[in-house]
Ligand binder design. Sequence first.
Ligand SMILES: Cc1cc2nc3c(=O)[nH]c(=O)nc-3n(C[C@H](O)[C@H](O)[C@H](O)COP(=O)(O)O)c2cc1C
Length: 194
Amino acid sequence: MPKLQEALDRFDALFKRAAACGLNEPSAVTVATVDADGRPSARVVLLKGYDASGFVFYTNTRSRKGLELATNPRAAMCFFWDPLMEQVRVEGAVGAVTDVEADAYWSSRHPGSRIGAWASDQSERLESRAALEARVAAYADEFGDGPVPRPPHWSGYRVAPIRIEFWRSLPSRLHERTCYLLEGGEWRVSLLNP
Ligand SMILES: Cc1cc2nc3c(=O)[nH]c(=O)nc-3n(C[C@H](O)[C@H](O)[C@H](O)COP(=O)(O)O)c2cc1C
């Protein structure tokens, strides 16, 4: 089996086990980006898809992370599922999802979240809670009972992996680490010291 597929199958099995644990947000993942000066920042998002082309999340493209990705289209993702004591790290180049994909996910979102995406200038300074609520009310008015289109600044990113690492807790901190690395166009797998 090709190594990337092996890694994805392993991720898929873990993700399904995590989802079966009754966790509130099994798809929560920390995403780290880097600004133009090399300063890293990290936040949690929800993973909305994964396959051989990458790991997908959705956000405001004018947010801090969006601006950082525009400058430096690379990201690191880190999953940790406490009940499993398993960690997965994914690193790679970041690209935009297609409009078709973004539209499909957008249409599955709760109506309130769609209005919220219009009303929130994510990561920008907010004058007051009341100002945000007024913007929500104004957009709710504007769109009424009609469809709420996807904002031009709201879309998804796909992290195309060049490195995927699985970490499994074992006694005496002799944890198991397995690293899948794309090197010279080929995926290689190796164990790492804990
Ligand atoms: C469990 C959880 C899930 C979240 N999911 C998302 C998400 O899918 N997309 C998103 O833009 N922000 C999500 N957020 C909010 C982000 O953590 C963050 O506050 C926001 O994206 C702004 O980040 P930025 O200023 O670094 O761009 C989530 C937060 C938590 C705690």
